[in-house]
Design a protein around this ligand. Structure first.
Ligand SMILES: C[S@@+](CC[C@H](N)C(=O)[O-])C[C@H]1O[C@@H](n2cnc3c(N)ncnc32)[C@H](O)[C@@H]1O
Length: 256
């Protein structure tokens, strides 16, 4: 594992931010949220509480901030944290365009510096959920949440990582990596579409970590590509993702 993941990932996202403006614009404009690479409607998944009035909510690794925007629209007081100043510039511009009053903070989701027990709800969609070591950011999310507070996060399913070739080319039906000992992957030097350092665990390791950190599991969802899907998104072909779980969502409750 590359230990300099924070500065590497900051650089990757600052350099790539311009390529995410159009996606951010589209997602900010949606009438109802859609999740993950295949845009699964929130009515099918229920990742966000329908009514967030009077809730303090935080997004860890908010990128262009559309999830923060959806939560603000549901009535929450929202803070979005991201390590990339360039991504936050887009988030701030889109929030202004949509009249959303959101506090965006440039910082590391593994150590935000925000006060203890300040939030009722925390969320991450492909943010801290994949770009930060799970033990570090889960501990931080636990600290930020009030007792009984909820954490919902979406990221790659471990099976999609196992089936992804080590050169970065699209996933297929071969096992390319061991499941035992999974920690994530360093994509910085791969031949196809190099990016940063990502993290993932085996399902039982995630569950052990939740228990050690002080979270109860409320729900676990495995996501597939919808029937209409075609082509390849984020290096996973639709024809793979219709048959194998491509993404996972954990719904957790802070103990205490
Ligand atoms: C794919 S975006 C996720 C946001 C949004 N849901 C999206 O899909 O565009 C990933 C974001 O995670 C941020 N990120 C990576 N490492 C981070 C860290 N250690 N702390 C905070 N944000 C981080 C990146 O800067 C990037 O904006």
């Amino acid at each position: 594992m590359n230990n300099d993941h924070v500065s590497i990932n900051r650089g990757v996202w600052n350099d790539d931010a311009a390529n995410w403006v159009a996606v951010g614009k589209r997602l900010w404009s949606l009438a109802t949220p859609e999740w993950g690479n295949w845009g699964i409607p929130d009515e099918d998944l229920n990742l966000l509480p329908k009514n967030m009035a009077d809730m303090d909510a935080i997004e860890l690794g908010c990128g262009t901030g559309y999830v923060s925007g959806w939560m603000a629209r549901r009535g929450a007081r929202v803070t979005g944290v991201d390590i990339s100043g360039e991504q936050l510039a887009t988030a701030r511009a889109l929030a202004a365009e949509h009249g959303a009053d959101i506090t965006f903070i440039e910082g590391n989701a593994e150590a935000t510096g925000l006060p203890d027990a300040a939030f009722d709800f925390a969320v991450s969609e492909y943010g801290a959920s994949i770009w930060c070591p799970p033990d570090k950011w889960l501990q931080e999310a636990w600290r930020l949440l009030r007792p009984g507070g909820r954490l919902v996060f979406l990221g790659n399913h471990p099976l999609s990582l196992i089936c992804s070739p080590v050169d970065g080319s699209p996933a297929n039906r071969t096992l390319h990596r061991p499941y035992n000992g999974m920690w994530g992957a360093d994509w910085t030097k791969v031949e196809f579409e190099p990016t940063g350092v990502c993290f993932n665990l085996t399902i039982s390791s995630w569950m052990d970590l939740f228990t050690e950190t002080g979270f109860d599991i409320a729900k676990y969802q495995e996501l597939y590509a919808p029937e209409w899907a075609s082509g390849t998104r984020a290096a996973i072909p639709a024809d793979w993702a219709k048959y194998y779980p491509v993404e996972q969502v954990w719904h957790l409750k802070r103990q205490g």
